[in-house]
Design a protein around this ligand. Sequence first.
Ligand code: AMP
Ligand code: MG
Length: 359
Amino acid sequence: MDTIYETIGTNEEKNRQVFAQAGEILRSGGLVAFPTETVYGLGGNALDEEAAAKIYAAKGRPSDNPLIVHIADIEALKVLCSKIPDSAFKLAERFWPGPLTMILKKSAVVPHTTTGGLDTVAIRMPDHPVALDLIRSSGVYVAAPSANLSGRPSPTRAEHVRQDMEGRIDMILDGGSVNIGIESTIIDLTETVPVILRPGYITREMLESVLGTVEIDKAVALGKQSDAPPKAPGMKYRHYAPKGDMVIVEGKNPDKVMECINRMARDKMQNGIRTGILATDETKACYHADCVISVGNRESEISISSHLFDVLRQFDDLGVEYIISESFSRKNVGYAIMNRLLKAAGGKIVNTDESEAER
Ligand code: AMP
Ligand code: MG
């Protein structure tokens, strides 16, 4: 299949034509990738089982991993859900459009193909003009997981979508780099106490300021061991992963952490392994490896979240076989950043304080 590639720019007339074409593709069961404020999404008609099946096929995504349905209008909740608690309206008022996905009981119109066989549905109103214009011009509810091949880092630029999806989908809309760079926070509102199934830019504290107590799914809580499977099926899969092996190094003393990272890099390179270091603006100059890339500035969480997946893809492009990453504070958005990094590293983390204690 030839993939149509269009850039949304400042020419209003051209944009109108592109949205009309993209809307037509979605209405007729095709797939269109588009930017949101979190990551690029791979959209298809959420109420069309065949379109949903095409999304799983294009991504190579397991069919038990449900899709998030994107809407442009709060009224859509009443069509897609069978029971809407007050908490959903409160959260929508505060955080929509925005990077928050709510899990609610689905109505009969939503096919099980879209929900991975579940009786609940994930819904989000994205805060990006291209996403909202696309949903409105298509007139359909748009099921859209991240537009990457399953397991790879989520796409934060149209070029990433092209790398993974060229020839597999009908159209890519290029709306530039995304702003947030990590996927939406997912909150399950079907339980008595709301539960965060995936951390994101909307933090637990922000949610608690609206809802009171909010829990974090045990299988997702950082630093806790759990045998329970995660409640968001997608969180159980290897994810966000670069091609190279990855390890995170943490510790109280930043100098020790740097020393440890440099030592590990030297060992790997001596063994002929192409090694990369994921650094920050503050530390980049202190490292020695085949590739040292800064993910952002420690003073700005969003500079880190917005570049994280791009940097992981850069290591792939540079043929890096082993990546050593700094760690980040788990406060605020740092919690979600560490969640993605730990997934990318398959949970491998070295603590310099512990290795110190062992000596
Ligand atoms: P993605 O769109 O690629 O960011 O992935 C969507 C995420 O939402 C995956 O982790 C899914 O498992 C999760 N998800 C979607 N629908 C549901 C649902 N009904 N219940 C729990 N998790 C869901
Ligand atoms: Mg994804």
